[in-house]
Design a protein around this ligand. Sequence first.
Ligand code: C2E
Ligand code: MG
Ligand code: MG
Ligand code: MG
Length: 284
Amino acid sequence: AAKTEDKDRVRVFDVAMAKKAQRQHQIAQALPGALERNQLAVAYQPIVNALDGVASHVEALARWPHPTWGPVSPGEFIEVAERNGQIHAMGRWVLRQACLDAARWPGANPPKVSVNVSAAQVSSGKLVSQVREALAAAKLPPQRLVIELTESLPMARSEGVSQTLSDLRAMGVTLALDDFGTGYSSLSSLMKQPVSLVKIDQSFVKDVPGGGEVLIKATVDVARRFGLEVVAEGVETALQRSRLESLGVNYMQGWLFGRPMPADEFIAWLGLRDGSNEPFVLRA
Ligand code: C2E
Ligand code: MG
Ligand code: MG
Ligand code: MG
């Protein structure tokens, strides 16, 4: 009986694997056309300074509302695009769209737009020119753009990667380290990263109150010493917010403050604050 059960388990596993492979194949087939037909979209989620309520940054998140399949999650299509090289065309599109949208945000103090890039984009040698083109097409000052790097990347210290990162900084673009705590960098290596913003991964924020607070406290201490700002991702509750504030985290992103929104909805969200994005007391 044990043998048949094992066989059944193997078969279930095979079927799941085959289904996943088929789905990834379909995604790879459909993505170029979706890009050409402008079917991808960018959603915007505020990053708020918890001290004064200002939306200091906004993260641009790729969306693919497929006409028949329904929404395809970025977790799915970015993995596929990274593997087959479509990430370069997709990343270029997201950069351009995010800069165009950010250039329309009203007020004297509009937020910076924070765009995710994959490791392959940074290693490709094409990122700097893509960024320059996107900024120029939107007439967006480089000071309004943040590039979010995954944690493992700056550690892969190839010549080309460091050149790309220092070129971006020289242009006036801000660099952020995304999903901090999940990768390989140690706290002590933070100071060697060419970044000015550290985003603590939401898995640690989920553990607040609780065990996640240890890493967060240590990150805030190191960050402060080296002049880095800290953002907590995935803040969902008022309790998390107040704990994070007492840990010294000033910048927060999560459903408590705002979900990722379509571009027009985000402008309306900014408008709820008189369109000025001036300091005010948060009610969240
Ligand atoms: P990320 O950069 O860490 O983005 C944060 C993710 O957390 C987003 O998931 C966001 O919707 C989600 N999130 C925000 N607040 C909360 C919250 O309070 N609770 C919970 N449970 N989740 C929250 P999303 O949009 O599904 O994106 C997933 C990942 O896909 C991103 O993680 C990023 O690594 C990648 N990604 C998205 N857009 C792009 C892109 O244009 N280029 C690249 N290379 N990667 C992208
Ligand atoms: Mg990110
Ligand atoms: Mg993240
Ligand atoms: Mg990420």
